[in-house]
Design a protein around this ligand. Structure first.
Ligand code: ADP
Length: 398
């Protein structure tokens, strides 16, 4: 059984082909600069071969055609022909309120994804184009949509209703949705397996810390709260996104400084976060280096980030009545031991005790807690593509 996982962005398309029986990735690749000129495709195969080709990719249809070509190519390919692809899993960012779980793609599902475009125009638009292009090229292959929002759909109303006029929720769907759901689900399930405890008995806080960051509270196998909101801008400060701020800052900038929607979108999404505070970089490696050299704003950016994550952990411990496991994942969560340390310093009162030596280890899945600690603190590499492939198989089996 070979599952192709597709993650479409506005001008890029990432893909991975899984052999589910053998439990391995046969090839992974990226089509970039779609529709922008100087497009290219690069692919790395499990046998260690890497390829890159420049070509004109006018649109996502061209890109998916090229993906199939690369996967079946005599020289670059990993399969003989495209009939070996048994199913396709698509990452879809926004499932709105309709999708509690992944869905087999049919006309009804496609229409519902279309209806959610207004909620996430930057993401769902390209996701839909990717699905439609795939449908044309692989008409007989079943396809599954795996939503970033689905895992969070179990949140109780008190977690997702904003204190705005209720009509905005009823008429326009303005509420907290949450994102990175595939990752939060994957690492929280892995945590239960690593701890050898039933998933539905645990209180887990998962910290997905990458360019985009979000925290999630998972009680008894169900997401009950998360830091991202109506859009992925809410919550902790990120690489270039501001996270939660006082909304009066926005109205003030409109009233007094002539900001319009495009300027505000750019300011809040691209000029803010740790990049905005430091004025140096959105990459935590650069900030670590600058801070070590005495750059105070780089140090401040790192402190603001860790302090915000620490507060979410505390508030989710309060929401769940304690924590059994705390999980770090994604680029920063998996690799940056200094940030983990500064987030966790002072949380001993919750039962979180980390072994400094273990915290400095690098590896696959790690328990970095001190032996007798009440809370198990884990580092678990996320694997959203594998999770999408597994979901695809699960939905098709139903
Ligand atoms: P995205 O949200 O785009 O998937 P990532 O999960 O790759 O982002 O996270 C990017 C962040 O992870 C960067 O700030 C970077 O500093 C950090 N990071 C990634 N890899 C490493 C590494 N090997 N060592 C330290 N930091 C890393």
């Amino acid at each position: 059984m070979k599952v192709l996982v597709i993650n479409t962005g506005s001008s890029s398309l990432k893909y991975q082909l899984f052999d589910m029986k053998a439990g391995k990735v046969l090839a992974k690749g990226l089509c970039d600069r779609i529709g922008l000129g100087h497009s290219f495709v690069k692919q790395s195969n499990d046998n260690g071969n890497n390829f890159q080709k420049e070509m004109d990719l006018k649109d996502h249809h061209d890109a998916i055609k090229e993906v199939i070509q690369m996967l079946t190519d005599e020289e670059y390919g990993v399969i003989q022909n495209m009939s070996e692809i048994t199913s396709v899993g698509h990452r879809v960012v926004h499932g709105g309120e309709k999708f509690y779980e992944s869905a087999l793609i049919n006309d009804e599902v496609l229409n519902t994804i279309k209806e959610s475009i207004d909620l996430a125009p930057l993401h769902n638009g390209p996701n839909l184009i990717g699905i439609q292009a795939c449908k044309k090229l692989l008409p007989d292959v079943p396809m599954v949509a795996v939503f970033d929002t689905a895992f969070h759909q179990t949140m109780p109303k008190r977690s997702y209703i904003y204190a705005l006029p209720y009509s905005l929720y009823e008429e326009k769907g303005i509420r907290r949705y949450g994102f990175h759901g595939t990752s939060h689900k994957y690492v929280s399930e892995r945590a239960a397996i690593l701890l050898n405890k039933p998933y539905d008995t645990l209180k887990i806080v998962t910290c997905h810390l990458g360019n985009g960051s979000s925290i999630c509270a998972v009680r008894n196998g169900i997401a009950i709260d998360t830091s991202m909101g109506y859009t992925p801008l809410d919550g902790v400060p990120m690489g270039t996104r501001c996270g939660s701020i006082d909304p009066a800052i926005v109205t003030g900038l409109i009233e007094h400084d002539n900001y319009d929607a495009a300027m505000l979108n750019d300011l809040l999404n691209k000029q803010s976060g740790v990049f905005g505070i430091s004025g140096i970089s959105s990459d935590f490696r650069d900030l670590d280096e600058a801070s070590k050299k005495g750059n105070e704003r780089a140090e401040l950016a790192l402190e603001v980030f860790s302090y915000s994550v620490k507060k979410y952990i505390g508030s989710y411990a309060a929401a769940m009545g304690g924590i059994d496991a705390l999980v770090f994942t994604a680029g920063i969560g998996e690799n940056n031991s200094a940030i983990r340390k500064s987030i966790l310093d002072g949380l001993e009162f919750l039962g979180i005790e980390v072994d400094e030596e273990k915290n400095n280890l690098r590896g696959k899945e790690l328990d970095i807690s001190k032996p007798g600690a009440r809370v198990r603190t884990l580092v678990i590499p996320t694997n959203e593509e594998l999770a999408i492939a597994k979901e695809t198989v699960k939905i098709l089996k139903k």
